[in-house]
Write a protein that binds this ligand. Sequence first.
Ligand code: 93A
Length: 523
Amino acid sequence: EMENVMRALISVYDKAGITEFAKKLEILGVQIISTRGTFSVLESAGIKVTEVSEITGFPECLEGRVKTLHPKIHAGILARRDATEHMDFLSENSIDTIDIVVVNLYPFKQTILREDATLAEAIENIDIGGPTMLRSAAKNYGDVSVIVDPDDYPAVLEELKINGKVSIETNFRLAAKVFIHTSHYDALIAGYLKNKAEIADFPQTLTLTYEKVQDLRYGENPHQTAAFYKEIGNVGGCMTGIKQLHGMELSFNNINDAHGALELMKEFDEPTFIACKHANPCGVGSADNIYDAFMKAYSADPVSIFGGVLIANREIDEPTAQEINKISLVEIVLAPSFDEKALEILMKKKNIRLLTLEGISDKRSKNEVDIKKVSGGLLIQKIDIGVYDDCDLKFVTERRPNEKELVDLLFSMKIVKHTKSNSIVIGKDKQSVGIGIGQMNRISACRQAIGFGEAYLGQSFLKSAVLASDAFFPFPDCVEAANEAGITAIVQPGGSKKDQASIDACNKFGMAMVFTGKRHFRH
Ligand code: 93A
């Protein structure tokens, strides 16, 4: 008779929904065993429940650190019901099988996310007995149902009610969920301790802990499925700190483009406006106020801005909103804030997404890594921090750049750093004049930048503009093209065997050139 009785071990930190679930199990004739806290909750709800310590004959001890870590519990879970030896051992030692394991774990993640959490608190919230039971039950999924996710309570009840048992398919699915859960739980512990122990940034094996923010409608293209995940614990993580005030849900491309725009914006402190397309900047302007900055970014390339992502590091005011409103299609406007009038104007557009992020420049990344998926692996590197940082600027030509040229050289280098390589950026008066992106050779990027400048601002505008290159010049051809366009100063990393040819060309044309010694590829 005893053979047919099912036993459930319920040991949950989060008690939500547990009495309802246990009550229904009880009605189905399932015997319930619980650890102290869970026992109290169930007992006071009038459910018949046995304490684990009564089963083990051993008290819960060490302030609860040892509650269920006992062979009577684990043999009851792990015994293979089809193995005579196993079952004989159980009866010889008066151990009952445990057929259902319901466990959720100490809140390790919630603990470490609390700013004031101490190391000791984090350690105390490492659950040992819980994962051990979950893993035992999941390993023995052939005979045991294991529930770590309260969302699975109803499905298990339903099967028990209809069939008197849980199907092997369901048990297998539940087991897989357990190992996803416990491996993530352990990875969180590992990540936390890796930081505390200051273990190298690129350890021998790597387990990343991300959490889904949302499924996306689709990926880069409509036939690709996609989801957005956030890093757990990265409170400074910009993309997940953004608030949306208006418009449709962000798409995969929106998130990618906004990320590109934001990373560039972090280089600027003064009022700056950036227009981005396909994660590359197409117009950038810095000025005393955000309206003038917008006008510079817009006039730099009034064509590419269509369907673009616009980002400002100051509040969007009414005049700026009116100008933005004239562009027939804008995907996103991202700013620290919008004034009331600006919001009113822009909210009339159905297809625009309005986003806020406070203190954009304060969010400058320091220690983050950049991860690229390649077939069969990951490439991980420290992000490219700073523009001239740690650079020993070398003035390599007869003429040194003047004050104004120096300002524009730095401005242009900031932009070229955040464009797909190979790239060339021409700038003047803190306005991007031409942005040449993603070319397979440098002279094409240079010609493209000059071409954009001539097309939208006019040939004469390039007079006394400056040029920045993300990597060195292998030939003097870019210097020659720049001179022909009227450009007077150049900044580049230097380091080519043929640097001298470019320096000679500059001297011949009376141009100034600066070497930074720091390359900014971004592929
Ligand atoms: O401290 S533990 O690692 N040692 C154990 O033996 C043990 N057994 C269950 N934590 C243990 N648990 C955990 O206690 C469960 O994972 C669950 O989160 C919690 C339930 O305790 P209570 O029923 O006393 O509230």
